[in-house]
Ligand binder design. Structure first.
Ligand code: AMP
Length: 194
């Protein structure tokens, strides 16, 4: 399984990605986690991206693509992987298609988690109030993250719709219900046609 999980901030991507990677026994690649760890460690990458994360903007494509290229080449991704938070722009998606073409490891599933906007805002607000530890879970930054999502990331779904098949999963149930629905899709035979 080589899966892309798509969906706006607050759709439950992070939670569902952890469960899917565990049950599917594939490596979980969250570009957001990689960026946050880099910021926390104070590495050169972290220093470069901190202000961008705090503002809810996107890290430049070339930086994220380099991170993904490096991560996908590691051994633990040989058996399969799950991309969570990447690709976020159509240019990232195109770069990924080229990279996976070179590696002869095309994507097998693109899963989109569907959740209405007003639910997203409520969820992320709660996450901020509960102290998620994320500096970008404030109301103002969330508003910007959603704006960035609709402008730059929603077209990624259209890109995958055009080249193959995006499978939609209703993200409104309990964590367990949504997980079961995703597993059903991931274990099915649906694959992205090139
Ligand atoms: P996430 O945890 O996926 O919501 O990501 C948190 C933040 O990391 C985002 O708001 C961006 O600033 C940055 N980030 C994560 N993934 C990407 C990506 N694929 N492209 C650009 N920026 C990203």
């Amino acid at each position: 399984m080589r899966i892309i999980l798509l969906g706006p901030p607050g759709a439950g991507k992070g939670t569902q990605a952890l469960l899917l990677a565990r049950d599917g026994n594939i490596c979980h690649i969250s570009t957001g986690d990689i960026m946050r760890k880099a910021v926390a460690s104070g590495s050169a990458l972290g220093q470069k991206v901190k202000a961008i994360l705090d503002a809810g903007e996107l890290v430049p494509d070339e930086i994220v693509i380099a991170v993904i290229r490096d991560r996908l080449s590691q051994r633990d991704c040989d058996a399969g992987f799950l991309l969570d938070g990447f690709p976020r722009t159509v240019d990232q998606a195109k770069a990924l298609t080229a990279l996976l073409g070179e590696m002869k490891k095309p994507i097998t599933h693109v899963i989109e988690l569907k959740v209405p906007d007003h639910v997203l805002i409520e969820r992320v607000k709660k996450r901020g109030e509960a102290g998620s530890g994320r500096s970008d879970d404030t109301e103002e930054v969330l508003a910007r993250r959603l704006e960035v999502y609709w402008k730059q990331t929603a077209p990624v779904t259209s890109y995958y719709r055009e080249i193959g098949k995006v499978i939609e999963v209703d993200g409104l149930g309990t964590v367990e219900e949504v997980h079961a629905a995703i597993m059903k899709v991931a274990q099915g035979t649906a694959s992205v046609k090139k």
